[in-house]
Write a protein that binds this ligand. Sequence first.
Ligand code: AMP
Ligand code: MN
Ligand code: MN
Ligand code: MN
Length: 276
Amino acid sequence: MRRYDLHCHSTASDGLLSPAAVVARAAQRGVDVLALTDHDEVGGLAEARAAAADAGIEFVCGTELSVSWEAHTIHVVGLRIDPDEPTLGDGLAAIRAGRATRARRIADSLAAAGIGGAYEGAMRYVTSERLISRTHFARWLVEAGHVRQVKDVFKRYLSPGKPGYVRHEWASLTDAVGWIHAAGGKAVIAHPGRYKVTPTGMRRLLTDFRAAGGDAIEVLSSAHTTAQFAEYATYARLFELAGSCGSDWHGPGESWLDLGDLPALPAGVVPVWHDW
Ligand code: AMP
Ligand code: MN
Ligand code: MN
Ligand code: MN
């Protein structure tokens, strides 16, 4: 069985390793087909593609778009995109511009809760001048001693209702899927188990995603429990979406699954790579 990992991050967004180092680690861990999917960014793909050629593994150009759907932030992964396609490129640049202004507001919100210097602190963790994310704030909050571990940061800060969370309008679902298709890619709902929606809300999301032309759903993800692997396999079959799998790996010690640590897709799910 070929080992696929179609979701991970590098220093081009909020990962800890360079694109080349992510590819080298994946190859060493036995991944046969790897997609790099940095948030709202394609800037790491050229380096990763060259490293994959050197390492002798198959490489898939990807990205992970931030989307606002109803009151929720949803992530949509694009796979096998053309990184030079301008419609997608312009869309991603617009999302990244929104991140810069949001970061200032996150810092203001933390300051109002008594935590000063967060913008400058987060900037010390930023690894690409093109992109700042909540992850960079999270790593700084740990270093500054406001929380013990990165996994507790989002429970106390940076998530809805907590200090450091600000509402933000990302791309629309229709635009995101359209940009991915314009760039020749497949659109995949990332880590559906992470969204705080009711079962009815999940069906509405998948209905809207299908109506927008969406192609697949991530069945296997480090954001999912093994019970959720089965749950989202059922959704995939029900909504006639293909299934994808990705570790969503960001760096050593930051998640329970490492690169390539995924089982086979459950039976009856059509893999997103079936016609690659
Ligand atoms: P942003 O896109 O800037 O809102 O940041 C979202 C990123 O924060 C995600 O891609 C994850 O890397 C990280 N993140 C969000 N929620 C959590 C969580 N509960 N635990 C760990 N990391 C999280
Ligand atoms: Mn991330
Ligand atoms: Mn995500
Ligand atoms: Mn991700």
